[in-house]
Design a protein around this ligand. Structure first.
Ligand SMILES: NC(=O)c1ccc[n+]([C@@H]2O[C@H](COP(=O)([O-])OP(=O)(O)OC[C@H]3O[C@@H](n4cnc5c(N)ncnc54)[C@H](OP(=O)(O)O)[C@@H]3O)[C@@H](O)[C@H]2O)c1
Length: 287
């Protein structure tokens, strides 16, 4: 029988995971929230559904018939305020965890949840791994961590859950190097000294496959090898094209959510996972 896999949130990453698992012959259930994307979803998965986590009236019986589940939900692009984070990650994912808790089937289920390495927040640029406590001084980080915890708490003899903490995503149609180069010579009101984390979309797809196949449980950083400050990264990208540098601030905006940490990917690598794209400064190999 084909592996039955569900993808909650067939957006940028979820759709790429759907294409990958379809090529592997999985029987796919996929969800979105916006009905206008339904015809697109129909071409991606076997069982397309409109589903918003937290909808008390939704038919959730499909969760009973899955071997694996990816939760890849995010507020709509441009709606990154605290209310949206709370709606999606706190209310939404917590409600989804309750639904999974009440599953009528006791057959094994593996859940992968896509979180963010941004939860490490302000580590003053120091190295950090999964043992480091998240920085929940921002409401957004607190909401993300509450979602992680709700799903990790599902662990039982029949349910395993892996949390992948992603760096900022780059890849097809999300060309971060070009976006950074387009700011050459301009002032950007963000602290250029802060170190961020990044990951290529295709490595996330491979990471979701790896997490499912290895039945990983617990927390794993899914970030590439690049550990540069915004200023160092933009210099590298602009210099190679003979462009003037991006003019970053050297201070924090009052009240800004800070991400400044050298996030390690050693835990995943120690398990044998190899990143196909070590950084956005390297040519992208075929994934
Ligand atoms: N983008 C980044 O740089 C970044 C960085 C770190 C972590 N992440 C994480 O990576 C994951 C995937 O991101 P992405 O770029 O693929 O996001 P995306 O393209 O915005 O897709 C998000 C998906 O979630 C669905 N959705 C939104 N609210 C929902 C809810 N309440 N219940 C169920 N589904 C809901 C959306 O439905 P519609 O299609 O109908 O809108 C969409 O399909 C997310 O978990 C995000 O937190 C992203």
């Amino acid at each position: 029988m084909a592996t039955r896999f569900g993808i909650i949130g067939c957006g940028y990453v979820g759709s790429a995971v759907a294409r990958h698992f379809r090529a592997r012959g999985f029987e796919l259930t996929g969800t979105i929230t916006r009905p206008d994307r339904l015809s697109e979803l129909c071409s991606l998965v076997d069982h397309p559904r409109i589903y918003r986590a937290g909808d008390a009236f939704a038919d959730v019986s499909f969760f009973d018939r899955l071997d694996g589940l990816l939760v890849a939900v995010a507020p709509q692009s441009g709606h990154y305020c605290l209310e949206q984070y709370d709606a999606v990650y706190r209310s939404g994912v917590n409600a989804l965890a309750s639904v999974l808790q009440r599953r009528s089937s006791s057959s094994p289920l593996h859940v992968t949840y896509l979180s963010s390495a941004g939860v490490y927040g302000d580590q003053r640029g120091l190295p950090c791994n999964e043992d480091q406590s998240p920085d929940v001084s921002s409401g957004q980080n607190a909401a993300l961590v509450s979602a992680e915890q709700a799903l990790l708490n599902l662990a039982s003899p029949s349910v395993q859950c892996a949390v992948l903490r992603l760096g900022g995503i780059y890849g097809p149609n999300q060309d971060i190097p070009t976006m950074i180069r387009s700011a050459a010579g301009q002032r950007v009101a963000k602290n250029g000294d802060h170190i961020n984390a990044w990951v290529h979309r295709d490595d996330i797809v491979r990471g979701v496959d790896f997490a499912f196949e290895q039945r990983l449980s617990g927390i794993y950083n899914m970030v590439d090898d690049l550990q540069l400050s915004r200023r160092e990264l933009s210099h590298a990208l602009c210099d190679s094209d003979g462009l003037p540098p991006v003019l970053w601030d050297a201070h924090d905006k009052p009240g800004a959510r800070i991400f400044n940490a050298r996030v390690s990917n050693a835990r995943l690598k120690a398990l044998g996972f190899q990143f196909a794209v070590p950084s956005m400064l390297e040519p992208v190999a075929a994934c």
